[in-house]
Design a protein around this ligand. Structure first.
Ligand code: PBG
Length: 326
C-alpha cells in the first residue's frame, strides 16, 4: 500500500495557516454600493424583490452615502427614478433632475472622501422603458448618442467623479468622451458597461428602478449570452473609444468573461454582481437554506478570483460586519 507523498492537507491545518496562504483579499474599498434615488417619495420605500434594500428620497441620500463610507466603501453608483418620464428621456439630463440633485448633495456633504458614479442610461427616464430613443418600435442607435452625451455632461456638472454608460449603444463611449471633453470635463473618467449581457438576472432591478421595457426586450442592444468573442470585441472597442475601466455584467454566470477581461486588458476590471444574484441569496437565506454571510463572502471571493478589481454589489451595504465575522 502506498501513501501520498504530496499532502495538500498539510497547508490547510489551522485557520492561521489558511489565512497566511490566502490570495484573495476582500476589501470594502474595492466594492461599489448602488443607490436608487426616487424623486417621488419622502421616506425610504422597501424594494419587495430585493429584501433589505430600499429606494431613498433625495433628502436621505447623504445618509446612504454615510452608510457606505462607514463600511469602508468609497464608491457609490447612483440610479435615478424620476417623477416624469417621456419619450425623449429629458429628466435624465435635467439640471434639477433627481440624479443631478443626488450627486450634488453627496459631493457637497462628503467632498473627496467619496467617489460618486452616475449610471448613464435612459431606461428609467423613458415612458417606454428602453435604453434609447425609439421610433416605430425600433431602438435607435445614433440619435441616442447625443442624448447620452448630454446625460454624462449634466452628471459631471453636478459633480460626478465617474460616469458609467450602460445603454449598450454602439459608439456611446466615444460620444460621451467627446461631449465631456467639449464641456471641459476631460478629467472625468468613464467606467464602461462593456460586456453587458441580456440577462434574466436584472429582474429585481427593473422593479426597483421602474425600468421594465413596455414592449419587446433588450436583446437588440444587450449582448447575446452564448459568446466570449463578442465580449472581447465590446471591451476592445470601448477601450479604443476611450473607456478608463471596463465592466462585465452580470458576474456569476459570466466569470469566464471576467477572467478573459483580466487576461486581455490592462485596465481596472469591474464586475457587476447584479440584483437577481443578490435576491437569490437573500431568498435562500430567508428560508434558512444557506448561511448568508458565508455565501456572500464566497461569491465576492469568486468574482475577485476570476479577475475583478472592483465589484459593484448590493451586499456592500453591510459588508464590514460580514467580512469580519466567521
Ligand atoms: C440599465 C441598467 C440595468 C441594470 C443596471 N443598469 C438594467 C437593465 O439593463 O435592464 C441592472 C442592474 C441589476 O440588475 O442589478 N440602466
Amino acid at each position: 500500500m502506498s501513501f501520498p507523498t504530496v499532502r495538500m492537507r498539510r497547508l490547510r491545518k489551522t485557520t492561521a495557516m489558511r489565512d497566511m496562504l490566502n490570495h484573495i483579499d476582500l476589501q470594502p474599498s474595492n466594492l461599489i454600493y448602488p443607490i436608487f434615488v426616487d424623486e417621488g417619495i419622502k421616506k425610504t420605500v422597501a424594494i419587495e424583490s430585493m429584501p433589505g434594500y430600499s429606494r431613498v428620497p433625495i433628502n436621505l441620500v447623504a445618509e446612504e452615502g454615510k452608510l457606505a463610507l462607514t463600511q469602508g466603501v468609497k464608491g457609490v453608483l447612483l440610479f435615478g427614478i424620476p417623477t416624469k418620464k417621456d419619450e425623449a428621456g429629458t429628466s435624465a439630463f435635467a439640471k434639477n433632475g433627481v440624479i443631478q440633485k443626488a450627486i450634488e448633495k453627496l459631493k457637497k456633504t462628503y467632498g473627496e472622501e467619496i467617489v460618486v458614479i452616475g449610471d448613464v442610461c435612459l431606461c428609467e427616464y423613458m415612458s417606454h422603458g428602453h435604453c434609447g430613443l425609439v421610433k416605430d418600435g425600433e431602438v435607435l442607435n445614433d440619435p441616442t448618442l447625443d442624448v447620452l452625451g448630454k446625460v454624462a455632461v449634466s452628471q459631471a456638472e453636478a459633480g460626478a467623479d465617474i460616469v458609467a454608460p450602460s445603454a449598450m449603444m454602439d459608439g456611446q463611449v466615444v460620444a460621451i468622451r467627446e461631449a465631456l471633453d467639449d464641456a471641459g470635463f476631460e478629467q472625468v473618467p468613464i467606467m464602461a458597461y462593456s460586456a453587458k449581457y441580456a440577462s434574466g438576472f436584472y429582474g429585481p432591478f427593473r422593479e426597483a428602478a421602474e425600468s421594465t421595457p413596455k414592449f419587446g426586450n433588450r436583446k437588440s442592444y444587450q449582448m447575446n449570452q452564448g459568446s466570449q468573442e463578442e465580449a472581447l470585441r465590446e471591451m476592445e472597442l470601448d477601450l479604443n473609444e476611450g473607456a478608463d475601466m471596463i465592466m462585465v455584467k452580470p458576474a456569476l454566470a459570466y466569470l469566464d468573461i471576467i477572467g478573459l477581461a483580466k487576461a486581455n486588458f490592462n485596465v481596472p476590471i469591474v464586475a457587476y454582481n447584479v440584483s437577481g444574484e443578490y435576491s437569490m441569496v437573500k431568498a435562500a437565506a430567508q428560508n434558512g437554506w444557506i448561511d448568508e454571510k458565508t455565501v456572500i463572502r464566497e461569491i465576492l471571493t469568486g468574482i475577485k478570483r476570476a479577475g475583478a478589481d472592483l465589484i459593484i454589489t448590493y451586499f456592500a451595504k453591510y459588508i464590514k460586519s460580514w467580512l469580519n465575522s466567521t
